[in-house]
Design a protein around this ligand. Structure first.
Ligand SMILES: *Cc1c(COP(=O)(O)O)cnc(C)c1O
Length: 476
């Protein structure tokens, strides 16, 4: 029986809000100890965001003729992003609900662009570096487009132009590049990829979801940043999340297009039903104005100088972090991060044990599995909250890195069992399996290295299936 949706209503709002607040007691807190998930610019920003978010609660961006404020907010925000990424005058854009939606739409636009302007394409494919965000795989899966993985250089972690060139064929509709990649914070060779895209007449999407807002401020601050934006010939679209390093509440990203012709292919309209005709710029129908209102308020509150200052302090912390890691024996940073996104690997030692030790020391970190040319590592995102704690973190990191055991894959028999479970066999039901691993009531055990070693030892395909089984257990 439901314990919260009762027959009798409760007019004591305070009590309801208190109960709501108490649900958050176990949530990840933004007290500066988290190096993933949290992009927090502090109370002065958050207090304004809360009020602006609430003010946008009642509107619906579904119809900008009925809610002109939605149109104004969107045009203002898109305009600021176009200027920030040095787009030409006739470029344009759309507000979406997040990076994943922006990415899916960039692929949808490319697919429909090919349908319209390159009818000879029979089996469309997109070229996606190993380091590009998983949402491109999701987009390809949803949209029935073939995804071809592109190699990365194992030292720089940047996409290989040679490999892109060799895999590009008559059915290629889109090349993808990251600025920068989530895992390693490195920018793909966008000038070269732009040249290739132009030579071959294909589109080039630069996924700047995580870094698009930060990198121009880095450049303003005198940090050398390779060209990655609309100044690069051949770049046809870009995605930029505001709900990451724009420090705005969740639910907002921007997809920019070099031309109306391309954006028209992103739009969708339908007049073939008995209700109102629709024309949607994005995947959503009804669209909350709240995240736009909050972003609009925060842009004004911080101004360019405010962002530049935050970006500057994150970069100082990042340089200190990278230098600190280089002083610690046995661990190293993968590639050369262009902003505060850092991947730390530890050679033959057990990176998952290192993650457990850091967790025990009170830090929240993100263990990440090996894929392609990227070894298993721990990911760290620097934000204004954790920037001031980097010194303390490095002390703990040095201690945790001492005497790490050597990494070895999980026992073969166990891996075989999990591969079988993933395929619906193995004679083990999911809840039993999860209990075996100490996962109870949706909570992972304190020590997770065993689970991570196992998943790291499995094939990506098995890992995908197991994650679905795991998530399914968590929800009613
Ligand atoms: C976070 C991220 C995305 C997906 O964004 P969501 O807002 O989580 O949907 C896409 N690309 C990159 C590079 C990202 O970092």
């Amino acid at each position: 029986m439901s314990t919260f949706f009762l027959e009798q209503g409760n007019s004591n709002d305070e009590e309801i809000l208190e109960r709501l607040a108490s649900l958050k007691s176990d949530d990840l807190s933004s007290d500066g100890h988290a190096f993933a998930f949290i992009y927090d610019a502090g109370d002065s920003v958050n207090n304004l965001a809360r009020k602006a978010f609430a003010s946008g609660m009642t509107g619906n961006g579904l119809d900008p003729t009925v809610y002109p404020s939605a149109r104004r907010l969107e045009n203002d925000l898109v305009g600021a992003c176009l200027e920030h990424l040095r787009a030409p005058d006739d470029a344009c854009g759309t507000i979406t609900s997040g990076g994943t939606e922006s990415v899916i739409l960039s692929v949808k636009a490319a697919r429909d662009y090919a349908r319209q302007y390159r009818p000879e394409v029979s089996d469309p494919n997109i070229l996606v570096p190993e380091t590009a965000h998983a949402s491109f795989h999701k987009a390809a899966h949803y949209l029935g487009v073939r995804l071809i993985l592109v190699d990365i250089d194992p030292t720089t972690m940047r996409a290989s132009v040679e490999d892109t060139k060799s895999k590009l064929d008559d059915n290629t509709i889109l090349i993808v590049a990251s600025a920068p990649s989530y895992a390693h914070g490195v920018i793909d060779p966008i000038v070269e990829l732009g040249q290739l895209a132009q030579d071959k007449g294909v589109l080039l999407h630069v996924d700047a979801c995580i870094g698009g807002w930060v990198l121009p401020f880095q450049r303003d601050n005198g940090v050398a940043i390779p060209d990655f934006d609309f100044q690069v010939p051949g770049v046809t679209s870009m995605s930029v999340d505001l709900h990451k390093y724009g420090f705005t509440p969740k639910g907002i990203s921007v997809l920019l297009s070099r031309s109306r012709k391309l954006r028209d292919c992103q739009y969708y309209s339908c007049a073939r039903w008995s209700g109102y005709s629709i024309v949607n710029p994005s995947i959503l129908g009804s669209k909350s104005i709240a995240p736009m209102a909050a972003a609009w308020a925060i842009f004004q509150h911080l101004g360019k100088s405010g962002y530049r200052e935050l970006v500057g302090s994150m970069w100082t912390a990042t340089e200190k972090f990278v230098e600190g890691v280089s002083q610690i024996e046995g661990i190293k940073v993968l590639g050369k991060p262009t902003m505060g996104l850092i991947a730390v690997a530890c050679g033959k030692s057990d990176v998952f044990e290192l993650a457990d030790r850091l967790t025990e020391a009170g830090w929240h970190v993100q263990p990440t599995y090996a894929f392609g040319n990227s070894p298993a590592h721990i990911h760290f995102s620097i934000d204004p909250g954790n920037s001031s704690r980097v010194d303390a973190f490095l002390v703990d990191l040095a201690a945790a890195s001492k005497n790490l055991p050597e990494y070895s894959d999980a026992p073969e028999a166990l891996v075989q069992l999990l591969e079988a479970v993933a395929q619906g066999g193995g004679g083990l039901d999911t809840s039993t399996m999860m209990a075996e691993f100490g996962i109870r009531d949706g909570k992972l055990p304190d020590k997770q290295a065993t689970i991570h070693r196992l998943l790291n030892s499995c094939s990506p395909q098995a890992r995908e299936k197991l994650l679905i089984l795991f998530l399914g257990e968590m929800f009613s």
